[in-house]
Design a protein around this ligand. Structure first.
Ligand code: NAI
Length: 440
């Protein structure tokens, strides 16, 4: 079996951790049991470009039980758990191409490795597989016909990869969905993709409670600071930002929200947070977290205003939210203080501590989202994969929502697994809610 991981000897620890996560993934387990019987993914190759965590391992195993041939690479150079990668290879015979801390070149080589298997389904977290497939496809299209034919005849990569498009794909995160919608709008999307992120059983829980808890976890593991009494600045009050702010407040931090959307800013104010422009928050904050999906949110002007020993971290998908080149430019020295903490000394004499190289801190310094929320996210992934395998012939090159039926079913199953019962409408109530004639 072809794979590229750090060390297969790490498998024992990885296997136990995968089992540990599995205990909190009851919905995915139910799907796994059905998949094992029905094999809905038989003869399907699936390329997963996801954070290589214990939860992702359980998803990969579920897809394999469903009959798929699964290949895994990382969706971020710093989010791979090497023991999990080892166990997937050794214990589950699933090829993995991912090493924690891999450089950019290796990261893309690993993407190419899974794409070279010619998957029928791509599962993305950030749309890197989809965009790689598309850039290769445009290389093919821009070649003269004769050359293209020659290359195909010679079975050369990467043109041959691109010559056959996948049936469809799924997308895990907000940033990926934004990229895909931009492709759809420009009319360049060449195969259908299901926006798993937009399922309610995904972003209501994973983005809010998952990112909320694990971002705090990452910051604490990296620094061991006390949050109580600190000034904690959150840039972006979307699904993730709400979660981070809520959990920081719960630990006694004084939370300041910076936003560009008046609605979100208003919501933050009425949720009881201080709302300030980032320039005003910069000299006040002790800890700054970006979760916007935007670029250069924290930049030179802000760094220069920050207090000595400020901590800056990112939990958004790409490491573009903090302008690290600008930080380097205005610094005289850099010192590695602890794992995942680089201390920059500015020309003004103050120190700024950058966590996890500006990459998503919850995965760089901690273990990512807890399995309990990933259970729902990955139930959506597994069922969306099955949906593509069954329906791809009828899908257009568009970004699709997860079918509402799937979303609702996952919520029902999760409640059941948590031992929570709810009420149902009486006939009279149903009639009342369906009618417009009845007033008082
Ligand atoms: P969202 O769209 O719900 O929220 C983003 C918020 O940032 C919006 O309210 C927007 O107005 C605000 N914003 C944009 N530019 C800004 C700026 N310059 N300054 C201040 N606020 C700004 O998106 P969501 O779901 O909260 O995701 C945010 C990012 O986190 C995305 O990149 C997403 O892919 C990523 N993500 C990371 C996870 C992790 O494990 N660390 C998990 C899930 C999502």
């Amino acid at each position: 079996m072809n794979y590229d991981i750090k060390d297969v000897q790490l498998a024992k620890k990885g296997k136990l951790r995968i089992e540990w996560a599995n205990q909190n993934m009851p919905v995915l387990n139910l799907i796994q049991q059905r998949f094992a019987k029905e094999k809905p993914l038989k003869n399907t190759k699936i390329a997963c470009c996801l954070h290589v965590t214990t939860e992702t391992a359980n998803l990969a195993v579920t897809l394999k039980k469903g009959g798929a041939e699964v290949f895994v690479c990382a969706s971020n150079p710093l989010s791979t758990q090497d023991d999990v990668a080892a166990s997937l290879v050794k214990d589950f015979k699933i090829p993995v191409f991912a090493i924690k801390g891999e450089d950019k070149k290796t990261y893309y080589r690993h993407l190419q490795a899974v794409l070279s298997k010619k998957p029928q389904i791509t599962m993305d977290d950030g749309a890197d597989l989809v965009s790689t497939v598309h850039s290769q496809q445009s290389t093919v299209n821009s070649l003269p016909k004769t050359e293209n034919r020659k290359l195909r005849a010679e079975n050369q990569e990467p043109r041959t990869i691109a010559s056959k498009l996948p049936w469809g794909g799924t997308e895990e995160t907000t940033t990926g969905v934004i990229r895909l919608r931009a492709m759809e709008k420009k009319g360049v999307l060449k195969y259908p993709v299901i926006a798993v992120n937009d399922a309610q059983t995904k972003h209501f829980f994973d983005n809010r409670y998952g990112t909320g808890q694990s971002t705090i976890d990452g910051i604490l593991r990296a620094t061991n600071i006390l949050l109580a009494g600190s000034n904690f600045v959150v840039c972006g009050y979307g699904w993730c930002g709400r979660g981070v702010a809520m959990r920081a407040k719960g630990m006694g931090a004084k939370v300041i929200i910076c936003e560009i959307d008046p609605l979100k800013a208003l919501e933050a104010a009425m949720d009881g947070f201080s709302v300030l422009p980032l320039k005003e928050a910069s000299p006040i904050g002790d800890i700054f977290v970006t979760v916007t999906g935007d670029i250069n949110v924290l930049s030179e002007g802000h760094f220069k205003l920050m207090k000595d020993n400020s901590i800056i971290a990112n939990a958004g998908h790409f490491n573009a939210e903090i302008d690290i080149p600008a930080l380097k430019r205005i610094s005289v020295s850099k010192k590695r203080m602890r794992d995942f903490v680089e201390q920059y000394k500015l020309k003004n004499g103050r120190r700024i501590n950058l966590l996890g190289e500006g990459r998503l801190i919850n995965l760089a310094a901690a273990e990512g989202h807890p399995a309990t929320v990933m259970d729902m996210s990955f139930a959506n992934q597994a069922l969306s994969g099955e949906y593509i395998a069954k329906n791809y012939k009828n899908l257009q090159n568009r970004v699709y929502s997860v079918p509402e039926k799937i979303d609702k079913k996952i919520a029902e199953l999760k409640l059941k697994a948590m031992g929570i019962e709810i009420d149902s409408l009486t006939k009279e109530q149903k009639k009342y809610l369906d009618s417009w004639e009845m007033g008082t």
